[in-house]
Design a protein around this ligand. Structure first.
Ligand SMILES: Cc1cc2nc3c(=O)[nH]c(=O)nc-3n(C[C@H](O)[C@H](O)[C@H](O)COP(=O)(O)OP(=O)(O)OC[C@H]3O[C@@H](n4cnc5c(N)ncnc54)[C@H](O)[C@@H]3O)c2cc1C
Length: 654
């Protein structure tokens, strides 16, 4: 199928091209949903991708210095998926190189783009079960809530930087752009070739496992991994929301802005190249009654190539964003904006969609809507399927279509390449159809996918195997490691044979009838629908409250893992939106245990191993000199506000 660009519905499209592209034609006007290289006509979904460049081009510059680095796991892309992948791989014992082409981490959550991290809790609208993501993303959210009460985007950049830098196994390479690969053989990547213009360096980074978290999939596409770009036709997977025919269209990109109120009128004189929206009717279905945090619906480029046309898309988005602000300030329809002025505007287009890799499984609309659990589930999602018209702001209809979904698992088979033996991926380039991607694409889901991919890569590196072998032979090992690291997988529970607590008897000074002490060893560390899965002490009895685990016979104990309650039923994320912030509690979450003591109990004696004050994190790991004990006791002295002690899980290790 070919399409005449002039037949597109938005009346203004030709004008737009003139405005931003000097009259150039829209690149790659649609053939079908593209596989392989960008904008090549589709010849069928199973087409093999052609690597565009597998060999390094010789640098002729006398200034460039060549470096050779080695890592077990090379992660390309430092968005939320890449940050979590790198940290997870490092914590699980792998040496990691994390390449990020820009100066800050966070991708679309960084100060360069400023989107808030959403996830399966549907911004607090999912009230029937705990849905907020745990693991590394929860650490970051809790830390940000405490240390960034001013809600500064730059403080969030700094937090991500700190969290990565404090991992001794991670070599963080900022401003470092993956531009090519070398191959060990046809289906195995040997090294990433990268450049760092700020230091005039060329880097060859060898690795065993590679994780593409670049959003655009540059690493995998360079290596010849199968991918798609565009929308599948309805019949291919039987998806009711898919368009009738496959095409090359995607969701568009957006630029946000932030405005501030002053104590006097602030005029806005726009440049002459802006788009004009003379009346509110020129922005149909696009609410702009408040303007503090810009608008995600200033979206464009879904009918172009969101990679190859990125610069043109940025220019048009700037023209549209300033046009919307001009409408607010100067149309006379929003007199309340008189004292408001632009504070910040993005220059990096937030990109929603480009390449999607093909794994051993392709997640579909039906699986998402069924809440599929998958035996090899390693992460979960739950944001509605959230699709937008490719014409973006120039589409006269609604700017987004949401289809609610239950929580669902994402199988490990969606996280590794079907044709490259040592490539994993996480984030928006997951192996999913365009429709299913509409749900998986939010950043907290990308983060838990990143943690799963990083953990898997570390296990592969340790076992000298590949992700497909891991899926086939040791998926339980991966799942158990993820749960131990505080990730959540629907339907899975702690079955770690090394956990001494699982064989213990639990009792507590007091408990609530539906939240007994034994819950801390039931294997599930969050509330699941009506099941509390936590110990809650009786709120009528003042703290301190204690909980004790007694082993059937004395055990040598050298480590204890604790999981506290952090209010997973509420949203928590850095957001610049006042409305969204009203749903959250700043600072330490009140349910969380603040001051506590952990004791090794032998007969009638108790030895304090750590004493902690001022905690606000959910997962705490304590390691100490191993000693023989009949049991362990947790004494909760204070919480961050709640009258009860609340604990989800206690694990004990030799
Ligand atoms: C306007 C807009 C609004 C959205 N709203 C929300 C929202 O409110 N909440 C939400 O959760 N999600 C939202 N999304 C979706 C979400 O932002 C993305 O799906 C998500 O950021 C994808 O995460 P990622 O880590 O895969 O990629 P990204 O966030 O894109 O991060 C990829 C990183 O890789 C780096 N990179 C790329 N190429 C290379 C290379 N060759 N070498 C080295 N580094 C490279 C990039 O600089 C970037 O930092 C929105 C998206 C857009 C565009």
């Amino acid at each position: 199928m070919t399409q005449d660009p002039n037949e597109e519905t938005p009346v203004s499209r030709r004008d737009l091209i003139k405005l931003v592209g000097g009259g150039a034609m829209i690149a790659g006007a649609a053939a079908g949903c593209t596989t392989g290289g960008p904008r090549t006509p589709a010849t069928g979904p199973e087409q093999t991708a052609e690597p565009s460049d597998r060999t390094p081009t010789a640098a002729r510059s006398p200034l460039l210095t060549r470096h050779r680095l080695d890592a077990d796991v090379v992660v390309v892309g430092g968005g939320m998926a890449g940050v979590c992948a790198a940290i997870a791989a490092a914590r699980n014992g792998a040496s990691v190189a994390l390449l990020q082409d820009r100066p800050v981490l966070g991708g679309n959550a960084s100060s360069e783009v400023r989107l808030h991290i959403l996830g399966a809790d549907y911004s607090g609208r999912r009230t029937d079960t705990d849905a907020r993501e745990t693991g590394i993303i929860e650490e970051l959210r809790l830390e940000d809530a405490v240390r960034n009460p001013q809600r500064s985007a730059s403080m969030h950049d700094l937090l991500l930087y700190e969290w990565v830098r404090r991992e001794p196994n991670v070599n963080l390479l900022l401003n470092t752009h993956c531009r090519s690969v070398t191959m060990a053989d046809d289906n195995r990547i040997a090294a990433v070739l990268a450049s760092r213009p700020s230091t005039e360096d060329l880097l060859t980074i060898q690795g065993r496992l590679f994780i593409d978290c670049s959003g655009d999939g540059r690493l995998g596409a360079e290596a010849g991994a199968h991918f798609r770009m565009g929308r599948e036709g309805r019949d291919e997977f039987g998806e009711s929301i898919a368009p009738p025919q496959a095409d090359n269209k995607t969701l568009g990109s957006s630029i946000l802005f932030i405005t501030r109120r002053h104590d006097r009128p602030m005029p806005f004189r726009p440049p002459d190249w802006i788009r004009r929206f003379p009346t509110c009717d020129h922005l149909p279905h696009r609410s702009h009654r408040t303007w503090k945090h810009g608008y995600w619906w200033i979206e464009w480029g879904g009918e172009l190539d969101t990679i190859k046309d990125n610069e043109r898309i940025r220019d048009e988005l700037l023209a549209a964003a300033l046009g919307v602000w001009d409408h607010i300030k100067n149309s006379g329809q929003h007199p309340g904006s008189e004292n408001w002025a632009l504070e910040w505007i993005g220059f990096v287009p937030g990109k929603r969609e480009s390449r999607r890799f093909m794994g051993d499984h392709i997640l579909t609309q039906q699986e998402v809507q069924r809440g599929e659990q998958f035996a090899d589930g390693v992460a979960y999602g739950g944001w509605p399927i959230d699709l937008h018209p490719p014409a973006g702001i120039y589409d006269q209809g609604r700017p987004c279509h949401l289809v609610k979904v239950p929580l669902y698992n994402i199988p490990f088979r969606c996280l590794y390449s079907r044709n490259l033996a040592n490539l994993l991926f996480a984030g928006r380039n997951l192996s999913a159809t365009h429709v299913a991607f509409g749900s998986t694409r939010v950043m907290a889901t990308c983060a838990v996918l990143g943690q799963a991919a990083g953990t898997a890569a570390a296990l592969c590196a340790a076992e000298k195997s590949g992700p497909r072998q891991l899926q086939r032979d040791a998926i339980e090992l991966l799942q158990q490691q993820l749960i131990k690291d505080d990730a959540y997988i629907l339907g899975a529970a702690n079955r770690d044979p090394a956990d001494l607590a699982r064989r213990a008897q639990a009792r507590a000074a007091s408990e609530q009838p539906d939240a007994p002490a034994a819950n801390v060893i039931n294997g599930v560390h969050r509330g699941v629908y009506r099941v509390s899965n936590r110990w809650i002490s009786d709120p009528r009895q003042p703290l301190p409250a204690w909980l004790e685990l007694r082993f059937p016979q004395p055990q040598r104990v050298g480590g204890v893992h604790l999981v506290f309650d952090t209010g997973l039923n509420r949203p928590l994320t850095l957001s610049h939106s006042d409305g969204f912030n009203a749903k959250m509690l700043p600072g330490p979450q009140p349910e969380t245990v603040r001051d506590y003591e952990l004791q090794l109990v032998s007969g009638t004696t108790a030895k304090t191993v750590p004493r902690v004050q001022g905690n606000y994190q959910r997962k705490r790991i304590h390691r100490f000199e191993p000693a023989s004990a009949d049991g362990i006791r947790l004494v909760v002295q204070a919480t961050n506000g709640d009258p009860s002690a609340r604990v989800f899980e206690i694990r004990a290790y030799p």
